[in-house]
Structure formats: C-alpha cells, structure tokens
Design a binder for this molecule. Structure first.
Ligand code: PLP
Length: 410
C-alpha cells in the first residue's frame, strides 16, 4: 500500500474550476464572468500604464535582488498606511500602527488571523458576513480562529439585511472579532451606506465607552478593493477611517492586486493600530516572529512597483486616474446591463440591484440552475451562487449576455 493511500481527493476550488470549464469550451461566444480580475474593453488583462512606468524606473535603477526585511519594504509600509488610513490619521501621525508587507490580501488576512489567534485577549471567534469571500472561512479556520457568521445579504431584495446584521452583531459574545469588507463587498457588491457604517461602529463599540480597549467587538477590515468601488481611493476608505476616527482599535488587510492590477506580484499589507509607539514596537516584534517561519520575507518586485507609484505625486495621480478608469468602465457596464434587461428586453424580475451594487462583482439573483444553464447553453461562466464579475463584460459581449440572461429566466 502506498503512503498516501488514505488521502481522499478534495473538491476542486469553486472559482478556479470555472476557469477550467471556460478554457475547455471552444465556442467563440464564451464569456468568463467567474474570475475576480479586471478585464479591459476587449476582455484582455490590463497592465496599468503607471505600473509600466514604475517598472521602467525600477529597471533603469539597476537595483539588486537582496532579501527584504521580514516585514518587507519599509517605504511601502508607510505609504500604504497613508493610502488606507489617510495622511491625517491619528494613529499614523502618532506612530502607533504596527504593520508588515504580506503575500497580497490573502497573506495579510492569514497573518492577521494567526496574530489574533496567538495574541488577541478576547474570544477567538471571527464573525464573517453571510455570504463572504469564499476563502475567508478556510483561511481563518486554518489560522486558528473559530469562524461564525452574521447576516448580511437579504436574498429577497438582493440588498443589505441591515436589521439582521445589527441583531447578529449585537448578539455576538463580548470581545469577539468581526470581519468587515471595507468597500465593494465580495461576492454581493452590497455595501452599507455611511449612515449604516456609523450605526455598525456604535454596535461594535461598547455602549457606554470607557476606553478604546473596552470596545465590545474587535473589527478586522478586509480592504481588497480600495478605489475599485467608487473610483476614488479616499471615498472608498470612508468606513475604515470613520472607525479609526471613532477611537476603534482595528486590524487591516490591504491588497494591491485589484487597484494596481498587481495580482500575480502578491503585494499587500497587514496592519494593526496600537495604543502607543512602544506597544507598536512590541506588536511588530511578534509579527516578525510569526512571519519568519512562514515565508521568511515577502516578494520584492511588486513592493517596489507599489512604493514607486505611491512615493511619486505625479505617478500616483496618474494611477488614481487609471483606477477611476477601471471603476468607471465597470459602472458603465452596470448601467448598460440594467438598460438591456429592463428597457430593451423587458426581462421578468427587478434588476435595479445591478446598478446599485458596488465594485467588481454583481450578485445577479440568478439561481444555481439558471447559472448552470447559462454555462451549458450559452457558454457563459459564473459562480453557482449567480455572482458575475462585471469586469468580464464589455461592449462586444454585453448584448449577448443580456439576451442569454433573458432566455434563462423566462
Ligand atoms: N479579500 C477579498 C474580499 C477578495 O475578494 C480577495 C480577492 O479576490 C482577497 C481578499 C485577496 O486577494 P489577493 O490575495 O489576491 O490580494
């Protein structure tokens, strides 16, 4: 008998499985709406011109390939914190944000999970929105936290179940951890309004706030789409900055995969606010102790690209324009799809959510059998929960997509 005889075959990854089916399909009309990566007007991957410009500079500087420190490029840690928290942020100005570069957003969440599992003094249970990004559950479980859910999507309205959310967070045991998507919630595309964020902040805080460390729940922000929701990196930082301004201590996972198109370069950051520079130094030392045996130190090239862009005011202004270009193209696809379904085709059902949802994804409301039928009959691939990546649509394929959805729901 072989050593690995007892190892059962695991299920394929639900998202990567879609790409496999898409690749195998030979029909020229085929569309892949499964993958969460931006595509341009011709359905092609997009390398941002600001990224190309940064790469030229890096190449011309003939920099070496030495190891980065355990927590990565110091310059990037500073610039990324400024981008997320804002230049005026109190913990930033007071030098009390502990941070490390990470293997993109996934790595940031994983280091965060491990840090909380080891050092968080409260209840080691993290509450995730239902539904959430599919990787959140195994990721936090593998990092040593217990995973539970709070209500988020109202399937009837395909909008926020705000009453359910508030009830569940208010009922979560004192000192639990709550994961919040900072903007452009994946997979639903449904975000709380600023007023709703303020209410969530109050629920997360203790009712009669004694001190920050007495907050009722500990918020962990997943910020994978800064700039992708509204096209404006500052506007998309509202929820995070509001919480920090309210005195919350927070943890944060950042990613430059989507907003800089640096998917495969794996550039991200984990950070946590602390109460003093002295506490920050202690937390930093423990983050290093976590990272060193995991992967020793993070990748260099993408970190150089991101920091080159963020350090240069002209290049970062260009980048902000390019982010807005991506967000705007997605928003225009939302409007076009809505118009096709509602006005041109008079497709049965209510499609307003296509327009009101935010970010890369739309929760269409298509059922699992409808999503499956679209794959088999129309060569259109999406997740079985009916989530589509809006970035996979463009002026060449949107009419075919709308016609196919129309046929599938009739
Ligand atoms: N968090 C959310 C909500 C995401 O949608 C993603 C990517 O799809 C990530 C985190 C992590 O992405 P990456 O590890 O590529 O930065």
């Amino acid at each position: 008998l072989s050593i690995w005889n007892h190892v059962p075959a695991g299920p394929p990854d639900p998202i990567l499985g879609i790409t496999e089916a898409f690749k195998a399909d030979k029909d020229p009309r085929k569309i892949n709406l499964g993958v969460g990566a931006y595509r341009d007007e011709n359905g092609k991957p997009y390398v941002l011109p600001s990224v190309k410009a940064a790469e030229d500079r890096i190449y011309n500087a003939k920099a070496d390939k030495e190891y980065l420190p355990i927590t990565g490029l110091g310059e990037l840690n500073k610039l990324a914190a400024k981008l997320a928290y804002g230049a005026e942020s109190a913990p930033l100005l007071e030098g009390r944000i502990a941070s490390t570069q990470s293997i993109s957003g996934t790595g940031a969440l994983r280091i965060g999970g491990a840090f909380l599992a080891r050092h968080y003094p409260g209840v080691k249970t993290i509450y995730l929105p239902v539904p959430s990004w599919g990787n959140h559950t195994p990721l936090f479980r593998d990092s040593g936290l217990e995973v539970k859910g709070y209500r988020y999507l109202d399937k009837k309205t395909i909008g926020l179940d705000f009453a359910g959310l508030k009830e569940d967070l208010a009922a979560a045991p004192e000192k639990s951890i709550v994961l919040l998507h900072a903007c452009a919630h994946n997979p639903t595309g449904v975000d709380p309004t600023p007023e709703q964020w303020a209410e969530i902040s109050d629920i997360v805080k203790v009712s009669i706030q004694v001190s920050v460390s007495n907050a009722r729940l500990f918020p962990f922000f997943d910020f994978a789409y800064q700039g992708f929701a509204s096209g404006d990196t500052t506007r998309d930082a509202f929820a995070l900055r509001y919480f920090v301004s309210q005195g919350h201590n927070i943890a944060l996972a950042q990613s430059f995969a989507k907003n800089m198109g640096l998917y495969g370069e794996r550039v991200g950051l984990f950070s946590v606010t602390t109460s003093s520079p002295e506490e920050k130094a202690r937390v930093d030392s423990q983050i290093k102790i976590l990272v060193r045996p995991l992967y020793s130190n993070p990748p260099l090239h993408g970190a150089r690209i991101a920091s080159t862009i963020l350090a240069d005011s002209l290049l970062s202004a260009q980048w902000e324009k390019e982010v807005k270009g991506m967000a705007d193209r997605i928003i225009s696809m939302r409007n076009e799809l809505y118009n096709h379904l509602t006005h041109d085709l008079k497709t049965p059902g209510e499609w307003g959510h296509i327009k009101s949802q935010i970010g890369m994804f739309s929760f269409t409301g298509l059922t699992t059998p409808q999503a499956k039928a679209l794959g088999e009959k129309a060569h259109i691939y999406m997740t079985s929960e009916g989530r589509i990546s809006m970035a996979g649509l463009n002026s060449h394929n949107i009419k075919y997509f709308a016609d196919s959805v129309d046929a599938a729901v009739r």
